[in-house]
Design a protein around this ligand. Structure first.
Ligand SMILES: [Zn+2]
Length: 159
């Protein structure tokens, strides 16, 4: 086993960041030259507030629907275990500004949605279909929008 595994996310000083923000974690180049970018999409302030599981789960389903078409080369948007945000993976390079704007638009769409608009909520389609809350997802989406999304994790540069 590799001894010196450095996980960038664990080197980030979580007491210094100011959520909500979008932060480029890193970009990686594959053997064939394809570039994959990894973003920290932080919705709530670390160690001060987190999103309840059902709301996080519904947000995950809704971001798959609303963020994907807004970012070229979108690969995946998955929840952090700490429930303060998401990892966004994309092909190619994107600026934090571009991603923050796309996230803002996606959340604005989410706060207007109805339960019928949430994708993948049937037993056949989801691994825990009973654990969803559109109410919670929208409450936190509204909170994020009211605070504004910064393209910088340390200084408020709201898009
Ligand atoms: Zn699910």
């Amino acid at each position: 086993m590799e001894k010196d595994v450095v996980i960038e996310s664990f080197t980030l000083d979580h007491t210094r960041v100011i959520a909500p923000y979008v932060r480029l974690i890193d970009t990686q180049k594959g053997e064939k030259g394809d570039i994959v970018s990894n973003f920290d999409i932080r919705l709530t302030q670390p160690n001060e507030m987190f999103i309840p599981t059902a709301g996080m789960h519904t947000l995950e389903h809704l971001l798959a629907l609303t963020l994907r078409p807004r970012i070229k080369g979108y690969l995946d948007c998955s929840p952090f275990g700490c429930r303060t945000g998401f990892h966004l993976l994309t092909f190619n390079e994107h600026s934090s500004h571009e991603v923050a704007l796309a996230l803002k638009e996606a959340l604005e769409e989410i706060v207007e949605m109805k339960w019928e608009d949430v994708p993948g909520t049937k037993e056949k389609e989801c691994g825990n279909y009973r654990d969803h809350s559109l109410f919670c997802a929208q409450e936190y989406a509204r909170l994020v929008l009211s605070k504004g999304i910064s393209e910088d994790p340390y200084v408020r540069k709201i898009v």
